[in-house]
Design a binder for this molecule. Structure first.
Ligand SMILES: [Zn+2]
Length: 156
């Protein structure tokens, strides 16, 4: 059997892909550690991701997309349960909306949605399931929309 010497030589060459090592191995690790990867995984089942401490820095790390979204604000009690105090949504930029609450609540959970209507429906479901104590009224729909709450008949 003949060896193809040129091929062996090329295989033994030291890798010159310093950048790709970083890109392929370290970038995903950094994404996981920083939470970016986590939020992508959670999008698949439409659950809320978190809780995270409510700071502008964390919001920028976790909520990297400009997107409609729904969120819950609250705190973790001594038994480790996340207590929801307020639920809300943004029709266009959930990152921005969350930042308006910094200093008023301790932690947040969040999820992106593909449309404002989906974010609204999730907000309604959260409102009915968990009833944030600071939500004095049923979530509102935009004027001139005909969106219906998936749980109750308030708009029906
Ligand atoms: Zn409702």
């Amino acid at each position: 059997m003949k060896y193809d010497k040129s091929r062996i030589k090329s295989i033994k060459k030291p890798p010159r892909e310093g950048n790709s090592f970083f890109t392929r191995l370290l970038t995903p690790l950094i994404n996981i550690l920083s939470g970016k990867e986590l939020i992508v995984n959670h999008m698949a089942n439409s659950g809320l991701c978190g809780p995270y401490t409510l700071t502008s820095e964390n919001i920028d790390i976790i909520v990297t997309r400009i997107s409609p979204g729904a969120y819950a604000l609250g705190y973790t009690d001594n038994s480790g349960t996340f207590i929801i105090q307020y639920v809300g949504r943004s029709d266009n930029n959930v990152n921005n909306r969350l930042k308006s609450w910094v200093g008023k609540y301790r932690q947040f959970k969040v999820s992106y949605f593909n449309s404002p209507k989906e974010a609204f429906e999730k907000e309604c479901t959260l409102y009915h399931d968990f009833g944030g104590t600071d939500n004095k009224e049923h979530p509102a729909r935009p004027e001139n929309s005909y969106w219906l709450c998936p749980i109750c008949k308030i708009f029906g």
